[in-house]
Design a protein around this ligand. Sequence first.
Ligand SMILES: Cc1cc2nc3c(=O)[nH]c(=O)nc-3n(C[C@H](O)[C@H](O)[C@H](O)COP(=O)(O)O)c2cc1C
Ligand SMILES: [Zn+2]
Length: 389
Amino acid sequence: MALTEQPTDNDLRFIRKTLDLANSAAAKGIHPFAAILVDEKGEELMSQVNAYLPHQDMTGHAERVLMTRASQTWRPLEMAKFTMYVSAEPCCMCAGAAYWAGLGRLVYGVSEHRLKQMTGNHPENPTLDLPCRQVFASGQREVAVIGPVLEDEAAEVHEASGAIRDSEEIDMNASRVTVVVDSRYGTTLALAKAIVDGARSEGAEVRLCRVEIVEPEFSVDTRRQDFMAAQAEYRDLPRACAADLEWANGILWGSPTRYGLMSTPLRAFIDEVAPLWRQGALIGKVGAAFTSTGGMHSGNEMTLLSLLLPFMQHGMVLAGVPHSVPELVHTTKGGSPYGASAVTGFDGTRGVDSNELAIARALGARVARLARWAEPEPASVELAAASGP
Ligand SMILES: Cc1cc2nc3c(=O)[nH]c(=O)nc-3n(C[C@H](O)[C@H](O)[C@H](O)COP(=O)(O)O)c2cc1C
Ligand SMILES: [Zn+2]
């Protein structure tokens, strides 16, 4: 097969599939790379996303892992009939793996050269820019290469995901605050927006994100005017992902009270970012909580505590509201030393008042100030476990 071969419709279809896989990986906090192996009839045989996690394997590139798995399954004679599709051009290690596994044909999305321009010298991805064609040309059998294919779309995966960013883009002296909110009737969202204002007043860069709604609609009154207005706004927010937490040095999360605890959708998000816990990626960052509760004495502070506990599991430093904030002394409903909060009344008619909003702003500003001094100390939890008693 000639090197100048044009991509077929099937090639485009499978490259798009690797991009979808890479995007889903990014949403889970995994580096956005994916590879698919396809046989001579166009049947998909195996797929693989980046495997840096959970063991922080620096050689866990999607296509290297895929080639190792494939080589344990098929002999080179069969591999010569297969095509591997990769979202980004294989580095020399991965091209080497494809060569040794006996792969016949390779199609890739974004070139290694363009990837390097985007990722820069990221500690988890110090791109090694050696064209894969050059690696194959040094071998003794031919591997047909087609690419870059759909390069702009493939590059977008990396621009959109933010999972791997040029470290130079990040101002290490500024505070970066991520606010993750769950809200149905909009009161927790109102607190989140006051927190954002407070953090911005301290010069922080802020991301406000929502979580996926996973509870049944019938748990709330979907005909309420405040529900409809709030959901229109809520669903427009970007969905939070692990990369948003990795990016930040201050994190606030909040949800309405559900039976005295945080809500299921926020809890599901916390479960989803478990890879960050294994990486120890949030150790040393600042965390704070906020909530909205119907009743005055039916779970407001307990919800805040339930929201703070996972931060401690992540090794983070907790921030609350000090009594030097005047509104905390004067409040007649929400707001506490454990975090920002609102007490809305069981039918929501008490809303959020000015004291509660002021306390939320003060908490946002405080997290931004503390995050400036936070010293994230990422360290592998798994390595610690492996080091024995
Ligand atoms: C399933 C469910 C459980 C709830 N549990 C409690 C509770 O334990 N205590 C309480 O005071 N309010 C409870 N509420 C009321 C909400 O916490 C309250 O409506 C909240 O202020 C809504 O926040 P939002 O406007 O951000 O959606 C519950 C509501 C629902 C739908
Ligand atoms: Zn590689």
